[in-house]
Write a protein that binds this ligand. Structure first.
Ligand code: SAH
Length: 389
Protein backbone atom coordinates (compact mmCIF):
# COMPACT_ATOMS: atom_id res chain seq x y z
CA UNK A 1 0.00 0.00 0.00
CA UNK A 2 1.24 3.49 -0.84
CA UNK A 3 2.23 5.78 2.03
CA UNK A 4 1.37 9.44 2.42
CA UNK A 5 4.22 10.99 4.41
CA UNK A 6 3.31 14.10 6.38
CA UNK A 7 5.29 17.30 6.92
CA UNK A 8 6.93 17.60 10.36
CA UNK A 9 4.32 18.55 12.99
CA UNK A 10 1.36 17.84 10.71
CA UNK A 11 0.62 14.60 12.57
CA UNK A 12 -0.88 16.63 15.42
CA UNK A 13 -4.38 16.99 13.98
CA UNK A 14 -4.42 13.28 13.04
CA UNK A 15 -3.44 12.34 16.59
CA UNK A 16 -6.50 14.35 17.72
CA UNK A 17 -8.55 12.24 15.25
CA UNK A 18 -9.38 15.03 12.83
CA UNK A 19 -10.16 13.20 9.58
CA UNK A 20 -8.90 15.72 6.98
CA UNK A 21 -5.38 16.20 5.65
CA UNK A 22 -4.89 19.25 3.46
CA UNK A 23 -2.40 19.29 0.59
CA UNK A 24 -0.06 21.55 2.57
CA UNK A 25 0.27 18.92 5.32
CA UNK A 26 1.65 16.31 2.93
CA UNK A 27 5.40 15.96 2.29
CA UNK A 28 5.18 13.29 -0.39
CA UNK A 29 3.51 10.11 -1.61
CA UNK A 30 5.69 7.01 -1.44
CA UNK A 31 4.46 4.39 -3.91
CA UNK A 32 1.56 4.68 -6.36
CA UNK A 33 -2.03 5.51 -5.55
CA UNK A 34 -4.95 6.57 -7.68
CA UNK A 35 -7.92 8.68 -6.77
CA UNK A 36 -9.92 7.03 -3.97
CA UNK A 37 -7.28 4.40 -3.17
CA UNK A 38 -6.50 3.62 0.45
CA UNK A 39 -3.12 4.91 1.63
CA UNK A 40 -1.22 4.60 4.90
CA UNK A 41 -0.77 7.90 6.70
CA UNK A 42 2.72 8.19 8.15
CA UNK A 43 4.26 10.91 10.32
CA UNK A 44 7.56 12.55 9.38
CA UNK A 45 9.35 10.31 11.92
CA UNK A 46 7.93 7.14 10.32
CA UNK A 47 5.17 6.56 12.89
CA UNK A 48 2.04 5.04 11.26
CA UNK A 49 -1.10 7.06 12.08
CA UNK A 50 -3.99 5.45 10.25
CA UNK A 51 -5.47 4.78 6.83
CA UNK A 52 -7.10 7.26 4.48
CA UNK A 53 -8.71 7.71 1.09
CA UNK A 54 -6.44 9.55 -1.33
CA UNK A 55 -7.89 12.52 -3.25
CA UNK A 56 -5.11 13.72 -5.56
CA UNK A 57 -7.24 16.47 -7.16
CA UNK A 58 -8.66 17.98 -3.98
CA UNK A 59 -7.19 20.47 -1.51
CA UNK A 60 -8.35 17.94 1.10
CA UNK A 61 -5.73 15.46 -0.08
CA UNK A 62 -6.73 12.59 2.19
CA UNK A 63 -9.66 11.70 4.47
CA UNK A 64 -8.96 9.23 7.24
CA UNK A 65 -11.10 6.13 7.36
CA UNK A 66 -9.40 4.89 10.51
CA UNK A 67 -6.92 6.07 13.13
CA UNK A 68 -5.84 2.46 13.73
CA UNK A 69 -2.88 1.78 11.40
CA UNK A 70 -3.68 -1.97 11.55
CA UNK A 71 -7.34 -1.79 10.51
CA UNK A 72 -8.07 -3.16 7.04
CA UNK A 73 -10.27 -1.07 4.76
CA UNK A 74 -12.49 -3.58 3.00
CA UNK A 75 -16.18 -4.54 2.62
CA UNK A 76 -16.29 -5.67 6.25
CA UNK A 77 -15.01 -2.27 7.42
CA UNK A 78 -17.94 -0.50 5.70
CA UNK A 79 -20.38 -3.05 7.07
CA UNK A 80 -19.14 -2.26 10.59
CA UNK A 81 -19.18 1.51 10.15
CA UNK A 82 -22.63 1.62 8.50
CA UNK A 83 -24.15 -0.80 11.03
CA UNK A 84 -22.63 1.26 13.86
CA UNK A 85 -24.20 4.49 12.56
CA UNK A 86 -27.63 2.87 12.19
CA UNK A 87 -27.36 1.26 15.65
CA UNK A 88 -26.46 4.55 17.33
CA UNK A 89 -29.68 6.10 16.00
CA UNK A 90 -31.73 3.11 17.14
CA UNK A 91 -30.29 3.62 20.62
CA UNK A 92 -31.70 7.17 20.91
CA UNK A 93 -35.37 7.10 21.96
CA UNK A 94 -36.46 10.25 20.13
CA UNK A 95 -35.09 8.92 16.85
CA UNK A 96 -36.65 5.46 17.02
CA UNK A 97 -40.04 6.48 15.66
CA UNK A 98 -38.83 8.84 12.94
CA UNK A 99 -39.81 8.05 9.35
CA UNK A 100 -37.36 10.63 8.01
CA UNK A 101 -33.92 10.05 9.51
CA UNK A 102 -30.30 10.79 8.67
CA UNK A 103 -28.57 7.41 8.96
CA UNK A 104 -25.03 8.47 8.09
CA UNK A 105 -23.66 11.95 8.78
CA UNK A 106 -20.32 11.66 6.97
CA UNK A 107 -17.21 12.46 9.06
CA UNK A 108 -19.17 12.50 12.33
CA UNK A 109 -20.12 8.85 11.73
CA UNK A 110 -16.60 7.88 10.67
CA UNK A 111 -17.52 7.83 6.98
CA UNK A 112 -16.12 10.95 5.25
CA UNK A 113 -17.96 11.74 2.02
CA UNK A 114 -20.98 9.55 2.82
CA UNK A 115 -24.46 10.92 3.55
CA UNK A 116 -27.47 8.59 3.82
CA UNK A 117 -31.01 9.71 4.63
CA UNK A 118 -33.98 7.39 5.11
CA UNK A 119 -37.52 8.36 4.10
CA UNK A 120 -39.82 5.47 5.04
CA UNK A 121 -38.64 2.43 3.07
CA UNK A 122 -36.45 4.50 0.75
CA UNK A 123 -32.82 5.39 1.45
CA UNK A 124 -31.18 8.29 -0.39
CA UNK A 125 -27.40 8.09 -0.68
CA UNK A 126 -24.98 10.89 -1.47
CA UNK A 127 -21.29 10.20 -2.08
CA UNK A 128 -19.11 13.30 -2.22
CA UNK A 129 -15.48 12.14 -2.02
CA UNK A 130 -13.18 9.99 -4.16
CA UNK A 131 -12.83 7.46 -1.34
CA UNK A 132 -16.60 7.12 -0.86
CA UNK A 133 -17.00 6.73 -4.63
CA UNK A 134 -14.41 3.94 -4.69
CA UNK A 135 -16.30 1.94 -2.05
CA UNK A 136 -19.81 2.59 -3.36
CA UNK A 137 -20.72 -1.09 -3.75
CA UNK A 138 -19.63 -1.92 -0.22
CA UNK A 139 -21.55 1.09 1.15
CA UNK A 140 -24.75 0.29 -0.78
CA UNK A 141 -24.60 -3.36 0.33
CA UNK A 142 -23.96 -2.41 3.95
CA UNK A 143 -26.85 0.09 3.96
CA UNK A 144 -29.25 -2.42 2.48
CA UNK A 145 -28.23 -4.99 5.07
CA UNK A 146 -28.47 -2.57 8.02
CA UNK A 147 -31.86 -1.10 7.05
CA UNK A 148 -33.62 -3.76 4.94
CA UNK A 149 -34.79 -0.85 2.75
CA UNK A 150 -36.87 -1.62 -0.35
CA UNK A 151 -35.38 1.17 -2.45
CA UNK A 152 -32.23 3.19 -2.67
CA UNK A 153 -31.77 6.34 -4.73
CA UNK A 154 -28.47 8.08 -5.39
CA UNK A 155 -28.19 11.88 -5.21
CA UNK A 156 -24.48 12.29 -5.87
CA UNK A 157 -25.10 15.58 -7.66
CA UNK A 158 -23.48 17.92 -5.15
CA UNK A 159 -21.05 20.34 -6.83
CA UNK A 160 -18.35 19.42 -4.26
CA UNK A 161 -17.83 16.20 -6.25
CA UNK A 162 -16.18 18.25 -8.99
CA UNK A 163 -13.41 19.25 -6.55
CA UNK A 164 -12.61 15.53 -6.31
CA UNK A 165 -12.63 15.06 -10.09
CA UNK A 166 -15.92 13.13 -9.93
CA UNK A 167 -18.90 13.36 -12.30
CA UNK A 168 -22.34 14.14 -10.92
CA UNK A 169 -24.52 11.00 -10.69
CA UNK A 170 -28.18 10.40 -9.83
CA UNK A 171 -30.44 7.36 -10.21
CA UNK A 172 -31.90 4.25 -8.61
CA UNK A 173 -29.39 1.91 -6.96
CA UNK A 174 -32.01 -0.54 -5.68
CA UNK A 175 -35.64 -1.02 -6.66
CA UNK A 176 -37.41 1.54 -8.80
CA UNK A 177 -39.46 4.71 -8.54
CA UNK A 178 -42.62 4.16 -6.48
CA UNK A 179 -45.99 4.75 -8.18
CA UNK A 180 -47.19 7.24 -5.59
CA UNK A 181 -45.39 10.38 -4.34
CA UNK A 182 -43.15 9.84 -1.33
CA UNK A 183 -44.68 11.15 1.90
CA UNK A 184 -43.26 10.94 5.43
CA UNK A 185 -44.86 11.53 8.79
CA UNK A 186 -42.94 14.08 10.87
CA UNK A 187 -44.40 14.37 14.36
CA UNK A 188 -47.84 13.51 12.98
CA UNK A 189 -47.63 15.89 10.01
CA UNK A 190 -47.50 14.47 6.46
CA UNK A 191 -44.77 15.95 4.30
CA UNK A 192 -44.22 15.24 0.60
CA UNK A 193 -40.55 14.61 -0.26
CA UNK A 194 -39.08 15.01 -3.74
CA UNK A 195 -35.99 12.81 -3.53
CA UNK A 196 -35.10 13.12 -7.23
CA UNK A 197 -35.62 16.85 -7.78
CA UNK A 198 -35.56 18.42 -4.30
CA UNK A 199 -32.62 20.04 -2.52
CA UNK A 200 -29.93 17.87 -0.89
CA UNK A 201 -31.41 14.36 -0.56
CA UNK A 202 -34.92 15.81 -0.88
CA UNK A 203 -35.50 17.39 2.53
CA UNK A 204 -33.88 19.26 5.43
CA UNK A 205 -34.03 16.61 8.14
CA UNK A 206 -31.63 18.63 10.31
CA UNK A 207 -34.42 21.07 11.28
CA UNK A 208 -36.84 18.39 12.56
CA UNK A 209 -36.56 19.29 16.28
CA UNK A 210 -36.73 23.00 15.53
CA UNK A 211 -39.91 22.56 13.50
CA UNK A 212 -41.43 20.78 16.50
CA UNK A 213 -40.31 23.64 18.77
CA UNK A 214 -42.10 26.12 16.49
CA UNK A 215 -45.24 23.99 16.72
CA UNK A 216 -45.22 24.32 20.51
CA UNK A 217 -44.96 28.12 20.25
CA UNK A 218 -47.44 28.77 17.44
CA UNK A 219 -50.94 28.52 18.99
CA UNK A 220 -53.02 31.55 17.99
CA UNK A 221 -50.01 33.34 16.49
CA UNK A 222 -49.29 34.87 13.09
CA UNK A 223 -46.15 33.21 11.68
CA UNK A 224 -43.85 34.30 8.86
CA UNK A 225 -41.69 31.44 7.53
CA UNK A 226 -38.88 32.82 5.37
CA UNK A 227 -36.89 30.49 3.09
CA UNK A 228 -39.60 27.90 3.71
CA UNK A 229 -38.55 25.33 1.03
CA UNK A 230 -41.41 22.77 1.03
CA UNK A 231 -43.00 24.35 4.12
CA UNK A 232 -41.88 22.02 6.91
CA UNK A 233 -41.90 24.80 9.56
CA UNK A 234 -45.21 26.12 8.15
CA UNK A 235 -47.06 22.81 8.42
CA UNK A 236 -45.84 22.28 11.99
CA UNK A 237 -46.93 25.82 12.93
CA UNK A 238 -50.37 25.13 11.49
CA UNK A 239 -50.53 21.82 13.34
CA UNK A 240 -49.73 23.79 16.49
CA UNK A 241 -52.75 26.02 15.94
CA UNK A 242 -51.18 29.09 14.30
CA UNK A 243 -53.79 31.71 13.33
CA UNK A 244 -52.06 32.35 9.99
CA UNK A 245 -48.82 31.29 8.34
CA UNK A 246 -47.16 33.17 5.49
CA UNK A 247 -44.40 31.17 3.76
CA UNK A 248 -41.86 32.60 1.32
CA UNK A 249 -39.39 30.86 -0.97
CA UNK A 250 -37.87 31.61 -4.37
CA UNK A 251 -38.38 28.02 -5.57
CA UNK A 252 -41.78 27.42 -7.21
CA UNK A 253 -41.51 23.59 -7.26
CA UNK A 254 -40.56 23.50 -3.56
CA UNK A 255 -43.54 25.68 -2.65
CA UNK A 256 -45.96 23.56 -4.64
CA UNK A 257 -45.07 20.22 -3.05
CA UNK A 258 -47.18 20.67 0.11
CA UNK A 259 -49.10 23.87 -0.67
CA UNK A 260 -52.44 22.11 -1.20
CA UNK A 261 -52.42 20.62 2.32
CA UNK A 262 -53.13 23.35 4.88
CA UNK A 263 -56.01 25.41 3.50
CA UNK A 264 -57.14 28.93 4.31
CA UNK A 265 -54.79 29.83 7.16
CA UNK A 266 -51.78 29.46 4.83
CA UNK A 267 -50.36 31.92 2.33
CA UNK A 268 -47.52 30.83 0.00
CA UNK A 269 -45.41 33.44 -1.76
CA UNK A 270 -42.90 32.72 -4.52
CA UNK A 271 -40.57 35.66 -3.97
CA UNK A 272 -37.13 36.88 -2.96
CA UNK A 273 -37.22 37.10 0.85
CA UNK A 274 -35.06 40.25 0.94
CA UNK A 275 -37.54 42.06 -1.33
CA UNK A 276 -40.68 40.62 0.26
CA UNK A 277 -39.62 41.77 3.74
CA UNK A 278 -38.88 45.28 2.49
CA UNK A 279 -42.39 45.34 0.99
CA UNK A 280 -44.00 44.06 4.22
CA UNK A 281 -42.23 46.77 6.14
CA UNK A 282 -43.55 49.46 3.79
CA UNK A 283 -47.05 48.03 4.20
CA UNK A 284 -46.57 47.91 7.99
CA UNK A 285 -47.26 44.17 8.02
CA UNK A 286 -45.92 42.43 11.17
CA UNK A 287 -45.98 38.92 12.66
CA UNK A 288 -45.86 37.33 16.13
CA UNK A 289 -43.20 34.82 15.07
CA UNK A 290 -40.64 35.12 12.26
CA UNK A 291 -38.53 32.16 11.09
CA UNK A 292 -35.37 32.86 9.08
CA UNK A 293 -33.69 29.74 7.66
CA UNK A 294 -31.65 31.05 4.72
CA UNK A 295 -29.43 28.93 2.46
CA UNK A 296 -25.72 28.52 3.09
CA UNK A 297 -24.38 32.05 2.42
CA UNK A 298 -20.84 30.97 3.44
CA UNK A 299 -19.85 27.44 2.39
CA UNK A 300 -16.39 28.02 3.95
CA UNK A 301 -14.61 30.55 6.17
CA UNK A 302 -13.31 32.29 3.02
CA UNK A 303 -16.84 33.50 2.23
CA UNK A 304 -17.58 34.62 5.79
CA UNK A 305 -17.32 38.37 5.20
CA UNK A 306 -19.76 38.58 2.31
CA UNK A 307 -22.04 36.12 4.08
CA UNK A 308 -21.99 38.26 7.24
CA UNK A 309 -23.51 41.15 5.28
CA UNK A 310 -26.33 38.93 3.96
CA UNK A 311 -27.04 37.49 7.42
CA UNK A 312 -27.08 40.97 8.92
CA UNK A 313 -29.50 42.31 6.28
CA UNK A 314 -31.91 39.43 6.53
CA UNK A 315 -31.98 39.53 10.33
CA UNK A 316 -32.47 43.30 10.32
CA UNK A 317 -35.41 42.91 7.95
CA UNK A 318 -36.69 40.06 10.14
CA UNK A 319 -36.67 42.26 13.27
CA UNK A 320 -38.53 45.00 11.41
CA UNK A 321 -41.47 42.77 10.52
CA UNK A 322 -41.63 41.30 14.06
CA UNK A 323 -44.31 42.60 16.41
CA UNK A 324 -43.05 44.01 19.73
CA UNK A 325 -42.76 41.06 22.13
CA UNK A 326 -42.58 38.62 19.21
CA UNK A 327 -40.23 35.69 18.66
CA UNK A 328 -37.49 35.49 16.03
CA UNK A 329 -36.17 32.03 15.19
CA UNK A 330 -33.03 32.63 13.17
CA UNK A 331 -30.50 30.18 11.69
CA UNK A 332 -27.23 29.90 9.86
CA UNK A 333 -26.27 26.66 8.13
CA UNK A 334 -22.92 28.05 6.96
CA UNK A 335 -19.93 26.01 8.08
CA UNK A 336 -17.86 29.18 7.67
CA UNK A 337 -19.86 31.18 10.24
CA UNK A 338 -19.45 29.97 13.82
CA UNK A 339 -22.00 30.48 16.60
CA UNK A 340 -20.07 33.36 18.16
CA UNK A 341 -19.88 35.28 14.89
CA UNK A 342 -23.51 34.52 14.08
CA UNK A 343 -24.64 35.86 17.44
CA UNK A 344 -22.63 39.03 16.91
CA UNK A 345 -24.18 39.54 13.44
CA UNK A 346 -27.69 39.10 14.85
CA UNK A 347 -26.89 41.55 17.67
CA UNK A 348 -25.77 44.14 15.09
CA UNK A 349 -28.94 43.50 13.08
CA UNK A 350 -31.12 44.14 16.14
CA UNK A 351 -29.27 47.36 16.87
CA UNK A 352 -29.74 48.61 13.29
CA UNK A 353 -33.41 47.68 13.40
CA UNK A 354 -33.74 49.60 16.66
CA UNK A 355 -34.91 46.53 18.60
CA UNK A 356 -33.97 45.00 21.93
CA UNK A 357 -33.92 41.20 22.03
CA UNK A 358 -32.93 38.39 24.34
CA UNK A 359 -31.73 34.86 23.58
CA UNK A 360 -34.25 32.47 25.10
CA UNK A 361 -32.79 29.35 23.53
CA UNK A 362 -29.81 28.27 21.42
CA UNK A 363 -30.72 25.91 18.63
CA UNK A 364 -28.87 23.20 16.71
CA UNK A 365 -29.45 20.28 14.34
CA UNK A 366 -31.39 17.15 15.29
CA UNK A 367 -29.74 14.18 17.05
CA UNK A 368 -29.41 12.21 13.81
CA UNK A 369 -26.92 14.91 12.69
CA UNK A 370 -24.37 14.33 15.47
CA UNK A 371 -21.11 16.26 15.65
CA UNK A 372 -17.97 14.21 16.35
CA UNK A 373 -15.96 15.95 19.10
CA UNK A 374 -12.88 15.62 16.91
CA UNK A 375 -14.68 17.27 13.95
CA UNK A 376 -16.17 20.61 15.03
CA UNK A 377 -16.73 21.49 11.33
CA UNK A 378 -19.65 19.06 11.50
CA UNK A 379 -21.62 21.63 13.53
CA UNK A 380 -22.79 23.69 10.57
CA UNK A 381 -26.36 24.43 11.76
CA UNK A 382 -26.77 26.94 14.55
CA UNK A 383 -29.72 29.04 15.56
CA UNK A 384 -31.11 31.43 18.13
CA UNK A 385 -34.61 31.81 19.50
CA UNK A 386 -34.96 35.47 20.40
CA UNK A 387 -37.68 37.33 22.20
CA UNK A 388 -37.90 40.94 21.21
CA UNK A 389 -38.69 43.82 23.51
N1 SAH B 1 -36.58 25.83 6.34
C1 SAH B 1 -36.57 24.84 5.29
C2 SAH B 1 -35.23 24.73 4.60
C3 SAH B 1 -34.73 26.02 3.97
S1 SAH B 1 -33.43 25.80 2.83
C4 SAH B 1 -37.07 23.49 5.86
O1 SAH B 1 -37.26 23.38 7.07
O2 SAH B 1 -37.26 22.56 5.08
C5 SAH B 1 -33.24 27.38 2.13
C6 SAH B 1 -34.32 27.78 1.13
O3 SAH B 1 -34.07 29.12 0.73
C7 SAH B 1 -34.37 26.99 -0.17
O4 SAH B 1 -35.65 26.42 -0.31
C8 SAH B 1 -34.15 28.04 -1.30
O5 SAH B 1 -34.99 27.80 -2.43
C9 SAH B 1 -34.53 29.31 -0.61
N2 SAH B 1 -33.92 30.56 -1.08
C10 SAH B 1 -32.61 30.82 -1.35
N3 SAH B 1 -32.43 32.14 -1.60
C11 SAH B 1 -33.65 32.73 -1.50
C12 SAH B 1 -34.11 34.08 -1.63
N4 SAH B 1 -33.26 35.09 -1.89
N5 SAH B 1 -35.42 34.33 -1.43
C13 SAH B 1 -36.29 33.32 -1.15
N6 SAH B 1 -35.90 32.04 -0.99
C14 SAH B 1 -34.59 31.74 -1.17
Amino acid sequence: MAKLILQPGKERSVLRHHPWLFAGAVAHLSGRARSGDTVDIVADDGRPLGRAAFSPQSQIRARLWTFDPEETIDDAFFKRRVAGAVERRRALPDLQEQKGLRLIHAESDGLPGVIADQYGDTVVLQLTSAGAEKWRHAIVGALQKATGCARMFERSDSEVRRLEGLELVTGWLLGEAPQTPLVIDEHGVCLGIDIAGGHKTGFYLDQRDNRLLLRTLAAGKSVLNCFCYTGGFSLQALAGGAAEVCSIDSSGPALELNAQLPGARAQWLEADVFQALRDFRKEGRQFDIVVLDPPKFAPSAAHAERAARAYKDINMFGFRVLKPGGLLMTYSCSGGVGLELFQKIVADAALDAGREARIVRRLAGSADHPVALSFPEGEYLKGLLLQSG
